[in-house]
Design a protein around this ligand. Sequence first.
Ligand SMILES: Cc1cc2nc3c(=O)[nH]c(=O)nc-3n(C[C@H](O)[C@H](O)[C@H](O)COP(=O)(O)O)c2cc1C
Length: 232
Amino acid sequence: MRQDGRVTDADAVLPGSFPDPAAMRKQYRAEGLSEAGLAATPVEQFARWFQDAAVEAHLFEPNAMVVATADAEGRPSSRTVLLKHFDEQGFVFYTNYESRKARDLAENPYVSLLFPWHPMARQVVVRGVARRTGRDETAAYFRARPHGSQLGAWASAQSSVIATRADLDASYAELAARYPEGEQVPVPPHWGGFRVAPQSVEFWQGRLNRLHDRLRYVAEPDGSWRVERLSP
Ligand SMILES: Cc1cc2nc3c(=O)[nH]c(=O)nc-3n(C[C@H](O)[C@H](O)[C@H](O)COP(=O)(O)O)c2cc1C
């Protein structure tokens, strides 16, 4: 790497040996997902699969999801965030309102959430519209966070470029001195939730020979849900 931080061709040396991704092949489970077995609403169906992922399969962070946004020009970006609540109104996550994702959502509220439950050969993809949660709801969740995470929300100007790690640590130390453990930390005005109201939710179950099941709920104008099967 050069002193100005730029990476040159000289840096592009791959390690001597690593596994060949093209040779990685798993056969997925035979048990399928059928229309008859689906719940009445996608949120109910999500609750069943979330239970399977968290309780039966003990997946690590089953509430981790990939949130994809796009800016006004349609340029996409994605990142992992943690689902913190879900019900028939939608799927809620918390973040910094000045982050890239929040700026994207201010310009374009359409969003996709992807739950990658690979060890179960399952994936759920939600598409919908994101709106900010109310300040009361945000405050209630903020109060439930550990003290250190509350300070972290103040210390980080998420998605902005910073000069050094030390600047971040200094900012945290200053806040920790101002709000010692036990002292109430105010809710940062630049921090809060987004609730994604689903317009479609696809449940993907891996099956033998790549003949997977894909069942998608699509919202109808009257508020009911239509279920359609997609080719894998
Ligand atoms: C497992 C995991 C969980 C994360 N959870 C959150 C979260 O709940 N909220 C959040 O703002 N960032 C979370 N992050 C960090 C984001 O992936 C991302 O770096 C950050 O939100 C800035 O994204 P942006 O610049 O695209 O807005 C998480 C990262 C990982 C790997």
